[in-house]
Ligand binder design. Structure first.
Ligand code: NAP
Length: 504
């Protein structure tokens, strides 16, 4: 546990070393050409990694084209194996399951540790992939690589292995029985389905504990961001079939195949609430275990006696991260009526000084935060619709909310929305009921603490009111924000079955 924090710094330092090569050269169209580089993944053209190798596309299937969200340019054209590739992945994972489960936990932990080493070595290439396919800024991409690596590091520790191997004796002698023991076994094949906003870290957070627990994995990344998942699988120093990835434009075909497969014993999903609930329903048919990491709409409360500069700084850091496209991003800002004016002015000033909208592959001016693109035009339209709905309802737009075209795309792409600050937002407006998933700061006044706590808790979601992100921390939501926890020792339990044995 002591190693997690130093490794984060190590990974960040390694990113800085790579900055001059992997990341910036990729943004100019070159790559370091390692197995996790944009160039190597694009050259391979394989949209599925199954049984330790690339898998051809389904006959006649259209390819999966990956676009750069900022430039609109084509990053890669991958084969789309669809349902047949999903079935092949299930077979590969099922075939590898017994031998992997029988591998000593210490050996599995060592393999996970080598996997972390491989990510460290490829940190520059991986960050370049995240910039190219997801539109992440250099800083956000480097942070995500470090975050993903921290999960592999954590689940390679002796403490994590001991949790898997723990044997709990139960003394039954007072009832005339002998001694029983409770041990743990891997649940079997796990289906992992992940979103585009943290395509590397969300998959690492699932596969690291699953693989340490002795499970094998079939994984489906979002169609927009398949390359980082394929890179993660290609870097895994694991036997063929232990980790398999299927990228596709037909999410339902792959999801349906896995939900119907009796061999798949667990599904772990991160994404939107509607899709997660649907998967849970489908998984029930074959009695699978289900973990869901779903959406949220985190409240941020500024009281009358708050330190306003600190509040502005905290809000800017949390909301500008990944251009507002994180599940724990503070999307509802409640400000005590007595400080609304002062807070609004300070936030507007802070935005003018700190937010630098533009090319995510170019470092921002000193002290500023680059605000990169939203993932696609649909995301831009949603942000615009939510702002329009608020304005129609009587809110005021103080600044921002315009779309900046990419410098080199003839105005076709860009998807960069300038941070929007709105006042007079009410609980009835869509901005306070749906995730904007963009750099929008909707402010609403409140009068009493009792009132604001009630309003903050009034939604059926409940993911975060503060930002926690560390591999040692069990993370997850309540109500419609999720089921189960990921990270820390509790993050291993969903992949382990308890087994009771009576001795003597
Ligand atoms: P999404 O639309 O639900 O997609 C998530 C994943 O599900 C993608 O891989 C998607 O594939 C797949 N999918 C969609 N329909 C499917 C189906 N019928 N069967 C199987 N898979 C299916 O969510 P998103 O827009 O990518 O991600 C944003 C959401 O994720 C937000 O709500 C955010 O709050 C949440 N999130 C939560 C956490 C957390 O830890 N709680 C972390 C990050 C994000 P395609 O993309 O190919 O359709």
């Amino acid at each position: 546990m002591q190693r997690a924090a130093p490794r984060l710094w190590g990974a960040a330092a390694s990113w800085r070393r790579h900055l001059a090569t992997g990341v910036t050269s990729a943004s100019r169209g070159r790559s370091s050409d390692g197995p996790a580089s944009v160039a190597a993944l694009a050259r391979s053209g394989a949209g599925a990694y199954v049984g330790g190798g690339g898998q051809p596309g389904a006959p006649g299937a259209a390819p999966l084209v990956v676009h750069n969200p900022y430039t609109g340019g084509r990053v890669a054209t991958l084969s789309d194996g669809g349902a047949p590739a999903a079935a092949a992945a299930t077979a590969a994972a099922a075939g590898a399951a017994a031998a992997w489960a029988a591998t000593p936990t210490a050996d599995r932990a060592a393999a996970v540790g080598r996997w972390a080493d491989a990510l460290d070595a490829a940190a520059g290439d991986l960050a370049a992939v995240l910039v190219a396919e997801g539109g992440k800024t250099l800083a956000d991409a480097a942070a995500e690589v470090a975050y993903a690596t921290s999960y592999l590091r954590y689940y390679a520790t002796a403490a994590a292995a001991a949790h898997v191997d723990a044997v709990t004796p139960i003394d039954l002698s007072d009832g005339g029985g002998g001694t029983g023991v409770v041990t743990k076994e891997p649940v079997g094949v796990v289906a992992a389905i992940t979103p585009w906003n943290f395509p590397l870290a969300m998959l690492a957070r699932k596969v690291a504990p699953a693989v340490l627990a002795g499970c094998t994995v079939v994984a489906k990344p979002a169609a927009e961001t398949p390359l980082s998942a394929l890179a993660l699988a290609r870097l895994a120093p694991l036997p063929p079939g232990v980790v398999n990835v299927v990228a596709t434009a037909d999410a339902a075909a792959v999801g349906d195949t896995w939900m119907a497969a009796g061999a798949v014993r667990k599904v772990t999903f991160t994404g939107s609430t509607g899709v997660g609930v649907g998967l849970a329903r489908a998984a029930a048919g074959t009695g699978k275990r289900v973990s869901l990491e779903l959406g949220g709409l985190a409240p941020f409360i500024v009281t009358a006696d708050a330190d306003l500069p600190a509040a502005v700084g905290g809000l800017l850091a949390a909301r500008l991260r990944c251009s507002g496209q994180t599940c724990i991003s503070p999307g509802r800002v409640y400000v005590h009526r007595s400080v609304v004016g002062a807070f609004t002015s300070a936030l507007a000033e802070g935005l003018a000084a700190a937010a630098a909208p533009g090319d995510p592959a170019v470092e921002p001016p000193d002290g500023a935060t680059r605000v990169g693109p939203l993932i696609h035009s649909g995301a831009v339209h949603k942000v615009q619709a939510l702002i329009r709905d608020a304005l129609d309802g009587g809110a005021t737009l103080v600044t921002g909310g315009t779309v900046v075209p990419a410098a080199d795309s003839g105005g076709d792409a860009g998807h960069v929305v300038t941070p929007a600050l709105l006042t007079g937002v009410t609980d009835r407006m869509r901005l306070f009921r749906e995730e904007a998933f963009g750099p929008v700061f909707p402010l609403s006044p409140f009068d009493t603490l009792e009132e604001v706590v009630g309003r903050a808790n009034s939604l059926p979601v409940g993911l975060a009111a503060v930002a926690l992100s560390d591999a040692r921390v069990p993370f997850g939501g309540v109500r419609l924000s999720g089921v189960g926890r990921e990270g820390g020792l509790p993050g291993l339990d969903p992949y382990l079955e308890l087994k009771y044995t009576l001795l003597g």
